[in-house]
Design a binder for this molecule. Structure first.
Ligand code: SF4
Ligand code: SF4
Length: 239
């Protein structure tokens, strides 16, 4: 049965325990980083950071508010990354049948840099990252080794309040219960693209107030197809 992580961002305090736990479990090296004027650190997802608490700062009713968003792969039910990867190397990105978890495999090493870029471009949430040293595409694997052993993902285990894990149907019910409660204070609260994803976020404010990729960005699957679409009318006119 499909597994799901539910993240109630209204409960996230940006402690970043999830970020650290993810790095520890995957044995990811520490990477030097810079203070760029925000507490979001590192500034972006990397091959060594599958989870990142994003910070958005807003002035609401005269007061400064931080909106936190613990970013990771959404484990899409119809993953565009896999569709794009399949055009080049079958099996580079696979979906685990038992859990619905979307995984980058060792076969991503067979992809060229350009093909990796195309896969990254096709992800509506800008998630995968290419490791330049190993040429592997990387991203959150929902801790499939833990899940297959009957454990919960490491970030969920570490989080004290905002994250839950379980069967997708159960998580959607939990998400609806949280939404009903949060809407009493924040009428614009919503679940982000819940019908299509294996990682469901509850946000209290309009999605555009969070980081750019909190909103789904549908991109052309393939640059060649995109260019072909663009030039089709001219090619038709020319016969
Ligand atoms: Fe693939 Fe992006 Fe969906 Fe993750 S969020 S499964 S990388 S398309
Ligand atoms: Fe990292 Fe596992 Fe959480 Fe994914 S589910 S962000 S791999 S700890």
């Amino acid at each position: 049965m499909a597994k799901c992580i539910f993240i109630d961002t209204t409960r996230c305090t940006a402690c970043r325990g999830c970020q650290v736990a993810c790095k520890q479990w995957h044995d990811h090296e520490a990477v030097p980083t810079l203070q760029t004027g925000t507490h979001q650190n590192p500034p972006d997802l990397t091959p060594h950071n599958f989870k990142l608490v994003r910070f958005s700062e807003h002035k609401i009713d005269g007061r400064v508010h931080w909106l936190f968003f613990p970013e990771q792969c959404r484990h899409c039910l119809q993953p565009a990354c896999k569709d794009t990867a399949d055009m080049y190397v079958e099996g580079a990105i696979v979906v685990d049948e038992a859990t619905g978890i979307v995984i980058c495999t060792e076969k991503t090493k067979e992809l060229t840099k350009e093909q990796c870029d195309e896969i990254i471009d096709s992800c509506p949430y800008n998630i995968p990252r290419r490791n330049e040293k190993t040429n592997e595409l990387t991203k959150c694997d929902m801790c499939i080794d833990r899940v297959q052993a009957g454990l919960i993902p490491m970030c969920v285990k570490t989080c004290v309040a905002a994250m839950s894990f379980g069967e997708r149907e159960d998580m959607l019910k939990v998400a609806e219960q949280h939404l009903e409660r949060v809407k009493k204070t924040f009428p614009e609260a919503e679940l982000l693209d819940a019908e299509d994803l294996g990682v469901v976020y509850l946000v209290s404010h309009p999605r555009e107030m969070y980081h750019k990729y909190a909103q789904r960005e549908i991109r052309p699957l393939n640059r060649a197809d995109f260019l072909a679409d663009l030039t089709r009318p001219f090619r038709k006119a020319l016969g």
